[in-house]
Design a binder for this molecule. Structure first.
Ligand code: PRP
Length: 184
């Protein structure tokens, strides 16, 4: 999928493919520097993080293993409650592991704030976060994030794992949607 498949639905490209690739290379180098002598357990948060997991992990030289979680806020439209439900838990015990959570986006910060505490309570040796995108203006809680790809404005974004009604996840760039798509 590319911009031409979006027609009038694409408002603008916010972060293009080359910028994503370049930033991921830099983030992987930072991670390699920080984790010398340690093995990483990359924890991808389904479903949005699949692209970041695939691309970031392939640029990391430090030994690593991968695991996945799926989480969801309770009910619908209650994301701001900060109550998170585990839909799919990790397959591995994180006790004593150096966990690096991989996300596509941090919006309010509530999901990651909860997830970090949850993994720390299981006895992980360390828990850090890497996210491709972050919306500082949308933050409801402060989350200490070690690796941030890009800080972006508080706009509706799609692509590179991010969806609107499950569409556009396979766009190779991050773009903003034209308001007519979401009735804005
Ligand atoms: C997105 C994203 C984070 C969360 C961030 O997932 O992948 O997990 O929202 O939002 P927050 O900072 O406000 O908590 P989403 O619930 O859209 O699910 P998906 O990854 O399956 O698309």
């Amino acid at each position: 999928m590319d911009a031409t498949d979006m027609g009038q639905d694409l408002k603008s490209i916010l972060v293009d493919e080359a910028e994503l690739d370049q930033r991921l290379t830099e983030m992987a180098a930072e991670i390699d520097r920080d984790y010398v002598g340690r093995e990483i357990l990359l924890v991808g948060v389904l479903r949005g993080a699949i692209m970041v997991m695939a691309d970031l992990s392939r640029k990391i030289h430090t030994p690593l293993k991968m695991d996945w979680m799926a989480v969801s806020s309770y009910g619908s439209g209650t994301k701001s409650s900060g109550v998170v439900r585990i839909l799919k838990d990790l397959d591995n015990d994180v006790h004593g592991k150096h966990v690096l959570i991989v996300e596509d986006i941090i919006d309010s910060g509530l999901t990651l704030s909860w997830l970090r505490k949850n993994l720390e309570s299981r006895g992980a040796a360390s828990v850090q976060i890497a996210t491709m995108l972050r919306k500082p203006e949308a933050a409801k809680v402060e989350v200490d994030v070690a690796y941030v790809g890009f800080e972006i404005p508080n706009e509706f974004v799609v692509g590179y794992g991010l969806d609107y009604a499950e569409n556009y996840r396979h766009l190779p760039f991050v773009g903003t949607l034209a308001p007519h798509v979401y009735g804005g």
